[in-house]
Design a protein around this ligand. Structure first.
Ligand code: SAM
Length: 249
């Protein structure tokens, strides 16, 4: 494994202990509704109606996987390089009787068969940890069966620029939309090096891997708000904070 990726993995092993500490709260959350966002459920509705086999890249605490099963997925294979995250997600899925199976592995280079998935699902803080986006997109194209879909719901690439000032939105003086990477300074990835892929690079990597872009939507609403800072002016509706992308092999 690349040295920077290995150091990021160590940060994630530590950060993922939260999923163990908060196991019971997450289990309770998993029993409820609202695990997936309304818009992602709308965009995924035709795909989920066909009871897809899903591969979830960077599955984290795995609540999305339970949401996908509840919304129609036949089964989900979650892949994450944090053994702590994958272990907690597996325990939770087993306890709830959900058809989710977790693998501890690096993305890209996932240990699943070619053309095994009807849907590759990823996002919510995933792409920024990819060092090589072309390799990521090629791996997705390999894993998808012909006609299968890739779905990404992710923080907008402009987000690293926004300050969390509450009076008005400002651009951080230490960031550039076109920078290659920066060191994350917020929980949970604090101290890890994240890569900045802009929208053009993301779309180009996906289409160059042979996928056909079906939907690309940008949203003002962030997919996640840190608990201690819920009122940043950058989230008030004028700036992009997340996007969804659906592509087909
Ligand atoms: C912000 S979390 C998002 C996870 C998931 N979408 C969720 O909402 O819980 C990012 C996850 O990516 C995993 N991760 C980061 N880089 C990875 C890589 N190169 N290979 C596999 N997993 C990775 C981390 O361990 C972490 O669980």
């Amino acid at each position: 494994m690349d040295e920077v990726v290995a150091s990021n993995q160590a940060v994630w092993e530590q950060a993922s202990t939260k999923h163990v500490r908060e196991y019971d709260e997450l289990l309770e959350e998993a029993r409820g509704d609202g695990l997936l966002l309304t818009r992602e459920l709308e965009l995924l509705a035709p795909v989920l109606a066909a009871e897809p086999v899903v591969v979830h890249l960077q599955s984290g605490h795995g609540l999305d996987d339970i949401g996908l099963i509840k919304a129609g997925a036949q089964r989900v294979v979650g892949i994450d390089y944090s053994s702590v995250a994958a272990g907690a997600a597996q325990r939770r899925a087993r306890e709830l009787g959900m058809a989710c199976h977790y693998l501890v592995a690096e993305v890209p280079g996932v240990p699943v068969a070619d053309a095994c998935a009807d849907l590759v699902y990823t996002g919510k803080g995933a792409l920024i940890w990819m060092r090589d986006l072309d390799a990521w997109a090629r791996d997705i194209a390999r894993v998808l069966r012909p006609g299968g879909h890739l779905f990404v719901y992710e923080a907008h690439p402009a987000v690293p620029l926004w300050t969390w000032d509450e009076d008005e939105p400002r651009i951080r003086p230490d960031r550039s939309y076109f920078a290659e990477s920066h060191v994350n300074d917020t929980f949970p990835g604090n101290g890890a090096r994240e890569w900045q892929w802009n929208l053009g690079q993301i779309v180009t990597a996906i289409t160059a891997a042979g996928l056909h872009l079906e939907t690309l939507e940008e949203y003002a609403e962030p997919f996640w708000r840190p608990q201690d800072n819920t009122n940043a002016a950058a989230w008030s509706g004028r700036l992009p904070n997340s996007y969804a992308l659906l592509a087909r092999r």
